[in-house]
Design a protein around this ligand. Structure first.
Ligand SMILES: [Zn+2]
Length: 230
């Protein structure tokens, strides 16, 4: 396995070389459930594929779609669109994700496909911890010659055990871990995600405290600071 993560547009790849993959849920229907996140981009870009995905997919499988040169694997790590890789469902989600990756691997080998490009699957809207998901991917593909490229758009960085990203507060309810003040809805905040045994703990920092905190950290925080200062 050759493995690489780069910042870039998933859809700029040459389909003659690369196959694409992303995650959907087993209850997917064209309009209802591919309407968020990366699945939505796939639906808009390849509407002919969305129309062909069966509404009764099996979880733990990878649904292969081909149209000319273009090959897309739809991984099915969960039953329902609303389920997240968190809390009680996390373990099951991870197992089903692993099974769907194994299914994809076997199909890729059968079809002599060598190069796979994916977003940071399962970790965006589905809420999984990217460091853990990455491990699952690497373990599954470790015994192959397949080249994997992960392309991401979001600017998150990893320092030690934690992942940091800048986002807009989704409600007015979160409290800043530094100053204790409530973070205003829709304002920029720093999210610090730390995986624990069963779930990912998220801590938030208001803009001012985030700038202070990031400046106190050693390296690689420029992009995040840039986002806060936009
Ligand atoms: Zn604060």
């Amino acid at each position: 396995m050759k493995y690489q993560e780069i910042k870039g547009d998933l859809f700029e790849i040459n389909p003659e070389k690369w196959v694409l993959a992303h995650c959907i849920s087993a209850d997917v229907t064209e309009s209802k459930n591919m309407n968020k996140g990366i699945a939505k981009i796939f639906r808009k870009k390849y509407p002919q594929m969305a129309g062909k995905i069966s509404p009764k997919l099996k979880k733990g499988k990878a649904i292969r779609y081909q149209n000319g040169n273009l090959i897309i694997y739809n991984l099915v790590p969960k039953e329902k669109v609303w389920q997240k890789a968190k809390g009680d469902y996390k373990k099951k989600y991870y197992l089903q994700l692993k099974d769907s990756l194994i299914d994809m691997k076997e199909k890729m080998i059968r079809n002599n496909e060598q190069n796979l490009v994916m977003p940071r699957i399962a970790s965006g809207l589905d809420g999984g911890n990217w460091k853990e998901i990455r491990q699952i991917i690497q373990r599954v593909f470790n015994d192959t010659d397949i080249e994997i490229q992960i392309r991401y758009i979001e600017d998150s960085i990893e320092i030690g055990n934690a992942t940091y990203s800048i986002e807009k507060a989704k409600s007015g309810r979160s409290k800043c871990r530094s100053c204790g003040e409530k973070i205003v809805n829709n304002s920029l905040r720093l999210k610090e995600s730390i995986p624990t045994q069963n779930f990912t703990q998220n801590k938030y920092y208001c803009k001012q405290c985030a700038i202070k905190k990031l400046k106190g950290m050693r390296e690689g925080v420029e992009e995040l600071l840039g986002k806060l200062n936009e």
